[in-house]
Design a protein around this ligand. Structure first.
Ligand code: ADP
Length: 472
């Protein structure tokens, strides 16, 4: 087992990892930027190292500083959390070269799955259904129009290195494709340093349903059911729940089997997520794989009563899974909302600053994962995720009631938050009915569903994404 784990992240996920380490009896090292000196993850870790100034490029995204902190403190493993360097294959390689265990899959796997276009081909070859699209990257607009014609409009231009809903453009007309391709390429270059794009058929009003996977180094793989993440704004998740109101046991089993098949084909070992889009006729298609712990992992933890972060650490330490697929059971219903420091009445504009009052809800079936507290100052440099509120109940109706009750109890003063928005969602007939899809939030907010030829505005927040420390 590891002697000491350095957590290469901040915010709620750093605290979440510290909790798992404590229960495993493993000492922890927190790293922090000068903007995070007062953060709870610094207070709760056994040791802490300031690694630089606030900009992520000079702190949480700088492998040299992180490796130096690990060497100085004698850590033998690094947990990357989500966002920042969690899906950076070069970083995983550097860790290995320095004799540190990267808590995640191999660099080779991160690289393969991090290229969304390549990942599609790998899954297709493994027999997993993928969304119809280009065989690989597309750079020539004439070629793109030809491929789009074969797939059938509308199509979506997507960044191969994308994340957090960025670098995507929906295109309904051949005449628009060239312009939308170049704007997707420019956004992808700016956000990920990689302008490569590919094409997919744009599915109208799908559900986003993802399967949680755990695989060990002995080749055992299990799935832990699904999370429905269809409540999104600008392709970023806002609410996640399980079970998905859109699938039945038969479909769950099929999706689980396909996810395992895909992971088997690449010898996946760690916690991971296979994201699918589910169309209105019950067909599902691989969209991408995330090779890290996700923001919404607590939903699965509550449904299965299993600690995913502990398990991820045990796998990285070489421990085989001590359960099989038939041991995985699900109970009740879980809903998670991502409470962001943003103003929903002003286009979800980020709202950093000092929290005055911070009262967290409690009681039966309520879990709050947060790094915030009264008087905490939210720095402007990172994502705006403030807390995850997770409720678990016997069934969906009771979970909805519990979520509303918990939202009412959650008092945050001093900064704007998305709590009022979630109250509205919980009472919206479309959400309550369970018959919603990825276009629901646009309808609720009365924002025109992303106009096909209009470019989406840049995402303000993306907790699981690549560079900002935020994620989807
Ligand atoms: P990212 O890696 O940036 O999060 P994803 O590929 O996971 O991007 O897609 C994010 C969201 O964008 C999906 O959950 C879905 O709402 C939408 N989306 C992506 N691809 C398609 C598609 N082919 N058709 C319809 N919607 C899509």
């Amino acid at each position: 087992m590891f002697k000491k784990i350095l957590i290469a992240n901040r915010g709620e996920i750093a605290l979440r990892i510290i909790r798992a380490c404590r229960e495993l009896g493993i000492p922890t090292v927190a790293i922090y930027s000068e903007a995070d000196r007062e953060s709870l993850h610094v207070r709760f870790a056994n040791e802490d190292v300031c690694i630089g100034p606030p900009p992520p490029s000079k702190s949480y995204l700088d492998p040299k500083r992180i490796i130096a902190a690990a060497e100085v403190t004698g850590a033998d493993a690094i947990h990357p959390g989500y966002g920042f360097l969690a899906e950076n294959a070069d970083f995983a390689e550097i860790c290995a070269e320095c004799g540190l265990t990267f808590i995640g899959p191999s660099a080779d796997l991160i690289r393969k799955m991090g290229d969304k276009s390549l990942a599609r081909n790998i899954m297709r070859d493994a027999g997993v259904p993928v969304i119809p699209g280009s065989d690989g990257p597309v750079s020539d607009p004439v070629e793109a129009v030809k491929i789009a014609g074969q797939i059938g409009f509308p199509v979506i231009v997507k960044a191969a290195g994308g994340g957090g809903g960025r670098g995507m453009r929906i295109c309904r007309e051949p005449a628009e494709l060239e312009r939308l391709m170049s704007s997707a390429q420019a956004e992808a270059q700016a956000a990920f340093g990689n302008p490569i794009v590919y094409l997919e058929k744009y599915l109208e009003g799908p559900r986003h349903v993802e399967i949680q996977i755990l695989g060990d180094h002995a080749g055992n793989l299990v799935h832990l059911g699904e999370r429905d993440c269809s409540v999104q704004r600008r392709h970023q998740k806002l609410i996640e729940e399980s079970p998905s109101p859109g699938i039945n046991d038969e479909l769950r089993q099929k999706m689980g089997e396909m996810a395992i098949k895909g992971c088997q084909s690449v010898g996946y070992a760690s916690a991971g997520t296979i994201e699918f889009l589910l169309d209105k006729t019950g067909n599902f298609y691989f969209m991408e794989m995330n090779t890290r712990i996700q923001v919404e992992h607590p939903v699965t933890e509550e449904q299965t009563d299993r600690d995913l972060v502990k398990r991820q650490i045990l796998i990285a330490a070489g421990e085989p899974l001590d359960f099989t697929q038939s041991d995985v059971t699900f109970s009740g219903h879980t809903i998670e909302v991502r409470i962001n420091a943003e103003n929903p009445d002003h286009g979800f504009r980020p709202c950093p600053g000092q929290i005055q009052t911070f009262h967290v809800p409690g009681g039966h079936g309520v879990r709050v994962d947060t790094h915030a507290y009264a008087k905490y100052v939210i720095p402007p440099y990172y994502d705006s995720l403030l807390a995850k509120l997770i409720v678990h109940a016997k069934n969906r109706d009771e979970a909805l009631i519990r979520m509303l009750r918990a939202l009412d109890e959650f008092i945050i003063e001093g900064v704007d938050t998305t709590i009022p928005f979630f109250r509205r969602v919980m009472q919206a007939p479309e959400f309550r009915s369970g018959q919603f899809d990825t276009t629901f939030v646009d309808r609720l907010l009365g924002t025109p569903s992303e106009s096909p030829t209009t470019e989406s505005a840049p995402a303000t927040q993306d907790a699981d994404a690549t560079a900002s420390g935020t994620a989807i």
